[in-house]
Design a protein around this ligand. Structure first.
Ligand code: SAM
Length: 240
């Protein structure tokens, strides 16, 4: 996989070997390192991927959030490893009208890959990419972009979402507390020690009773005492 992805980069730059690419990378690090990272990230995503997480959000998390924030009216959700934006836009659609419109509600969408962040900000999706959305959702939240089968998110859907570059393995210039953190299909390739550190950092940023949602092939061992597993890779931060 890495071979194929870097080979594409070599062809684009007109280079004939990996060692030439390494020299190029070393000599042009400020420009090429970002391209290198963008080339090797796996960005597969879709609207309402793992639908049960959105059912959970609506039925369980939202009533608790409304009660927790009845006096400060401040709700924060983080989509960590947001890829092309389908995850944060699905969250926004799921919560539309459930969080009162005069509340301070924000979704932070972060990723390491600058190309996907640009697509997320632009929010234009091709026909095949919107298969997770119903016709009613498409009509309500998207505009047809030109005559082609392309859809562009309406400003109304985008208003609470901000896209930022962030490497989960580096510093996080973020304050929190978050009510829910989605980190799905991102940590699959991280080693055990890195995952443990990451879960502790998420715990520190979650409100007591807040939720961490992982992807279908990701789970947290029982050794993390800050979270209680609720099934389907949903974890609740234990209120202390
Ligand atoms: C497979 S996509 C998952 C997208 C979405 N969360 C979902 O489940 O549909 C994984 C995303 O994680 C991002 N990613 C990988 N390593 C990362 C890191 N260290 N920091 C931030 N994002 C990372 C990739 O760039 C990619 O966009």
């Amino acid at each position: 996989m890495v071979y194929a992805r870097i080979s594409r980069r070599l062809r684009k730059l007109g280079l004939s070997s990996f060692s030439e690419y390494i020299s190029y990378l070393n000599n042009n690090e400020s420009v090429e390192f970002g391209e290198f990272i963008n080339a090797i990230t796996t960005n597969l995503t879709s609207f309402f991927r793992e639908t049960h997480h959105f059912d959970f959000l609506k039925k369980t998390a939202v009533p608790e959030i409304l009660s927790r924030h009845k006096s400060d009216h401040r709700v924060r959700i983080w989509s960590a490893g947001c890829s092309l934006g389908m995850e944060p836009y699905s969250i926004a659609i799921c919560l539309d009208k459930l969080i009162p419109s005069n509340w301070d509600f924000k979704i932070l969408a972060t990723d390491l890959d600058t190309n996907v962040l640009e697509s997320g900000r632009e929010a234009i999706y091709e026909g095949g990419q919107v298969s997770g959305l119903s016709d009613a959702q498409l009509k309500k939240y998207f505009l047809k972009d030109g005559s082609a089968k392309r859809y562009k998110a309406k400003p109304y859907l985008k208003q609470n979402i901000s896209f930022k570059q962030l490497n989960l393995l580096k510093e996080w210039p973020i304050k929190g507390p978050f009510d829910v953190i989605f980190c799905r299909n991102v940590i699959i390739y991280f080693d055990h020690e890195t995952k443990v550190k990451l879960f502790n950092r998420y715990a520190n940023l979650l409100a007591p009773g807040g939720y961490l949602i992982l992807g279908h092939s990701e789970s947290m061992g029982r050794e993390n005492l800050q979270f209680k597993g609720l099934g389907q890779n949903v974890y609740q931060k234990i209120a202390q």
